[in-house]
Structure formats: structure tokens, C-alpha cells
Design a protein around this ligand. Structure first.
Ligand code: SAM
Ligand code: DTB
Ligand code: SF4
Length: 369
């Protein structure tokens, strides 16, 4: 059973919509550090009420966007991000994999669509895409779009030409996270700078692709770093359309495997503040849901999170079982946000067309790891 089929609550959604205010708050791009800290310092219930109010002014209150992730190139990454199981600098016993074949990726995308995802996000453990690999990624994006799914990729740093080519094939979102504040960044990553990230983000923005940009909480940062990250995101004009808020998944072998847990309420507060600062953005309750109980996740939705990763795997680590998420959505009266509908016949046709194309030629991949 698909996620959309399991949650037939449109009547409830309609009445909840009727309760929403029709006066959306205008986005601001000039939040100060002190103002953002003051939001964090609000009594929890006041903060939640304010975030939920902003949420209802801008979104259908009981709808959550659903994305599925796939690692299209796994491990052996030259970057040294201390949180990441895919960095070649640490021994996490991860099975390295070369770039997946286009056809295989599209089969996974079709499966994700069948299960109810509206967006398919493909991640590669690269510092930047090589010229050799890039054409295959473009084919993946075209294929995903022809299935009627929104497309998102995260490939590391891009140059102008690459951003333009991604835009030309109709890529919907580019994910490139700032991860934390500019001040804390150097203690997490040394192989690139905050400015490198900002440069790629402006190239993506200039090419007309929507931005997916957020960070990771619970890496040992202080609240001022969470404030700093959210301030940086809130200064982007326009705000990133999608803002993933990840809770660190602690992976054995990474330098952050034993870092102290972040207080759950502080994580929920971070989501609430993101919602208030970026009222029209989708805020994603991203990595880390497997370590959260259902009540915590419900509070994250209450705080204004309206997107999740759906499916048993993130890139290399686990995510809640799809059935569990369906049950949670049904229990909370949440509906997956609507996507453009394509008939099953159109899906089958798109996959078949891609298979022929690959057999004919060059789209079988023989890259090294
Ligand atoms: N290599 C590309 C890059 O760094 O932009 C794309 C892939 S990278 C795995 C995508 C994002 O996943 C990172 O920016 C980080 O925010 C998130 N991430 C990686 N490992 C994580 C972990 N252990 N816990 C939570 N989020 C993580
Ligand atoms: C994002 O902010 N989180 C996703 C996605 N963007 C690419 C990745 C989470 C990765 C968690 C660790 C892993 O599974 O390897
Ligand atoms: Fe590489 Fe991205 Fe992981 Fe950093 S987060 S090590 S860039 S895959």
C-alpha cells in the first residue's frame, strides 16, 4: 500500500485549512543574532505556538512533503567532514560503490514514486562531479523527471558551467548544506571553506535551480552556532526553498561517534525557529528520525517541519520503516503533500525508453570508485 493511499483524511485537512489564517507573514532577510537568540529563549509553548501560527499562515497545516533519498555514488570521499560515514579519511567499514547505472537509479526512483514519494534526491560522495561522471547524472535527472517526480541532487561543489547544465535538464533542487555556523565550521571540516559552500549556493541560485540548504544539529556545537547557521540561511534572498534540519547520526569510526547527545527540546526549538525565520520554506525533519520516538517527531511537525525523507535508508544509514511512517501519518492525520500525477503506464514507458537508450550505447557506466 502506498503512503498516499493509507491516509485518507482530506476532509480533516480541509477543515484544518479553514482554521488557518489567510495573512501570510512577509519573509524577512535581516534577522539579527539577538532576535534569533530571543526566539530560542522563549518559553517552549510560546515558541511552539508562534511557529505553528506562522506555519498555518503559509502552509496547509496537515500536509508533509515526502522525499526519498538514494546514494548514487557511495564512500571514498576526499572531504574530511567529521560527521560523515562516507569520508575517505575515516574507517567506517562502509562498502564503497562506484556511480550507479542510470537504469538502476530509475528503477529505484519508480519504486519510490510507487510508495508515495513526490521527490527523488540523489546524493554522491564527491568533492565535486567530474566531467566523466556528469553526463550520467544529467541522464538520471531527466529520467527521474520523466517519471513525474521532482528531482534533487547533491554532488558537492559546482562550477558555473555545471550549474547551467543541471538547470538545462530541468533539475528542480540542488542540496548543498552549510551544516553549521561559519565560526564552528573549521572544527568540523578542513578540506573546504564556508565561503566555498556559499559560492556554490550562489551559482545554483543564479542558474535558476531551487535551493535545498540546511545543517546538522548535535555535532557538539553551541546554541550560538545554531543561531549563526539559521541567521545565515535567513539572510539568503530568497530563502532556500527547502531547509533540511538533520540530527547527527553518530556513525562508528567517524570523529563524532561519541559526541554528547543534543537535548531533544533544543532540536525541536531549532525547527521552530527555522519555521519562523523562513516562513515560506519547506523545513525538513531530515536525518536522525530513526533515533526519535513518534512523539518527538509529532512535536517537530507541530514546530513547523513539513517535509521528511521516506524509505528505509537515507544515504548509507537507516531511516524509519515506510510502514511505520505510514502509520504515524495516519495516526496524526497527516497527508503527503500532493505531487503531479502520472499514470502507471507513463512510468513503465519512461523506464522502458531509458532501458533501450542504455542498451544502445553509452549509459552503462564503468567508472572507478
Ligand atoms: N558530498 C556532498 C556534500 O557534502 O554536499 C553530498 C552528500 S552529503 C552526504 C549531504 C549532506 O548529508 C551533508 O551536507 C550533511 O549535512 C548530511 N550528513 C552527512 N552525514 C550525516 C550524518 N552522519 N548525520 C546527519 N547528516 C549527515
Ligand atoms: C540532507 O540534509 N540530509 C540528507 C540529504 N541532505 C542528502 C543526507 C543525510 C545523510 C545521513 C547519513 C547517511 O545516511 O549517510
Ligand atoms: Fe563527502 Fe559530502 Fe560526506 Fe563531506 S558530507 S565527506 S563532502 S559525502
Amino acid at each position: 500500500m502506498s503512503l498516499s493511499a493509507s491516509t485518507n483524511v482530506s476532509a480533516a485537512n480541509m477543515s484544518a485549512n479553514a482554521l488557518s489564517s489567510s495573512r501570510p507573514s512577509a519573509p524577512r532577510f535581516d534577522w539579527t543574532h539577538a532576535e534569533i537568540k530571543a526566539l530560542f529563549d522563549l518559553p517552549f509553548m510560546d515558541l511552539m505556538f508562534r511557529a505553528q501560527t506562522v506555519h498555518r499562515e503559509n502552509f496547509a497545516p496537515n500536509q508533509v512533503q515526502v522525499s526519498t533519498l538514494l546514494s548514487i555514488k557511495t564512500g571514498a570521499c576526499p572531504e574530511d567532514c567529521k560527521y560523515c560515514p562516507q569520508s575517505g579519511h575515516y574507517n567506517t567499514e562502509l562498502e564503497k560503490e562506484k556511480l550507479m547505472e542510470v537504469q538502476k537509479v530509475l528503477e529505484e526512483a519508480a519504486l519510490a514514486k510507487e510508495k508515495g514519494a513526490s521527490r527523488f534526491c540523489m546524493g554522491a560522495a564527491w568533492k565535486h562531479p567530474s566531467e566523466k561522471d556528469f553526463p550520467y547524472v544529467l541522464e538520471m535527472i531527466k529520467g527521474v523527471k520523466s517519471l513525474g517526480l521532482e528531482s534533487c541532487v547533491t554532488l558537492g561543489t559546482l562550477n558555473d558551467e555545471q550549474a547551467k547544465r543541471l538547470s538545462e535538464v530541468g533539475l528542480d533542487y540542488y542540496n548543498h548544506n552549510l551544516d553549521t555556523s561559519a565560526e564552528f565550521y573549521d572544527s568540523i571540516i578542513t578540506t573546504r571553506t564556508y565561503q566555498d559552500r556559499l559560492d556554490t549556493l550562489s551559482r545554483v541560485r543564479d542558474s535558476g535551480i531551487k535551493l535545498c540548504c540546511g545543517g546538522i544539529m548535535g555535532m557538539g556545537e553551541e546554541q550560538k552556532d545554531r543561531v549563526g547557521l539559521l541567521r545565515q540561511l535567513s539572510q539568503m534572498t530568497p530563502h532556500p526553498e527547502s531547509v533540511p534540519i538533520n540530527m547527527l547520526v553518530k556513525v562508528e569510526g567517524t570523529p563524532l561517534e561519541n559526541v554528547e547527545d543534543l537535548d531533544t527540546f533544543e532540536f525541536i526549538r531549532t525547527i521552530a525557529v527555522a519555521r519562523i525565520l523562513m516562513p515560506q520554506s519547506h523545513v525538513r525533519l531530515s536525518a536522525g528520525r530513526q533515533g526519535m520516538n513518534e512523539q518527538t517527531q509529532a512535536l517537530c511537525f507541530m514546530a513547523g517541519a513539513n517535509s521528511i525523507f521516506y524509505g528505509e535508508k537515507l544515504l548509507t544509514t537507516g531511516n524509519p520503516e515506510a510502514d511505520k511512517d505510514m502509520a504515524l501519518f495516519a495516526n496524526l492525520g497527516i497527508q503527503p503533500e500532493k505531487r503531479e500525477e502520472h499514470s502507471d503506464a507513463a512510468v513503465v514507458e519512461a523506464i522502458a525508453a531509458q532501458a533501450v537508450k542504455q542498451e544502445e550505447s553509452k549509459w552503462f557506466y564503468e567508472a572507478s570508485v
